[in-house]
Design a protein around this ligand. Structure first.
Ligand SMILES: [Zn+2]
Length: 221
């Protein structure tokens, strides 16, 4: 009886909010996977390149921040689609395994400010770290606290303005959790690298042995 009620409930939900592909946003069948066959078959190659910014060692991203991937991430970040993280997780984990290996003993993430988190209801980088961490066999630890006073890193800001804006924005919550650790730091988008550089700087200052960065997406420079 409960099963039947659940089925009817799900059918109604599909009728009101038809299921769409997480990436391309095309309609998928009512009980189909949220990743359409075309998007599932076309997993992008991970991206890495010259370091942007300073302090961390290497970076990798699962895809470029453009077209359908950018639109998908905007729904994830600003449209309340927090469940997208479970689809992004395997792509991020694969990028880490292929390009950075598994030499890590601490998984952490670039936290949003407590104010932003309250307003949004979730921290997108934490969700990504959790989803990827399940596959990497690591539970993310919250190590960074971001000041409420930092303005968002708008893409219209110059590289220098972004560096100034983020300077001093983070503090390490528990240096003893970081000390001597090889850290894998997760964020959503890599742009100039100013944010992950600053987060890496404070983690190293707190005693981390090394920091490597994995983001879901990267912008063209
Ligand atoms: Zn699709």
């Amino acid at each position: 009886m409960q099963d039947a009620a659940l089925k009817i409930g799900n059918a109604l939900k599909d009728l009101i909010w038809p299921r769409r592909c997480v990436i391309c946003h095309k309609l998928v069948g009512p009980s189909a996977d949220r990743l359409c066959p075309a998007c599932a078959a076309a997993v992008p190659e991970p991206i890495s390149g010259a370091r942007r910014g300073a302090h961390y060692r290497r970076w990798v991203s699962a895809f470029w921040y453009e077209d359908k991937f950018r639109a998908s991430m905007l729904r994830f970040k600003f449209g309340g689609c927090r469940f997208y993280a479970q689809y992004y997780g395997p792509w991020l984990a694969r990028a880490v395994e292929e390009r950075l290996g598994s030499d890590f003993d601490l998984l952490t993430f670039v936290a949003v400010s407590p104010l932003r988190r309250r307003r949004r209801g979730y921290d997108q980088a934490e969700l990504l770290a959790k989803a990827a961490g399940t596959l990497l066999g690591m539970e993310p630890v919250s190590t960074l606290r971001k000041s409420n006073r930092t303005k968002p890193q708008s893409r219209t800001l110059s590289r220098e303005a972004r560096q100034r804006n983020i300077r001093g924005a983070f503090r390490v919550l528990c240096p003893e959790a970081v000390r001597g650790r090889r850290v894998l730091l997760i964020d959503d988008v890599l742009t100039t690298g100013a944010t992950v550089s600053e987060a890496s700087r404070v983690l190293l200052e707190a005693g981390a042995k090394s920091v490597d960065v994995a983001t879901l997406a990267a912008t063209e420079k």
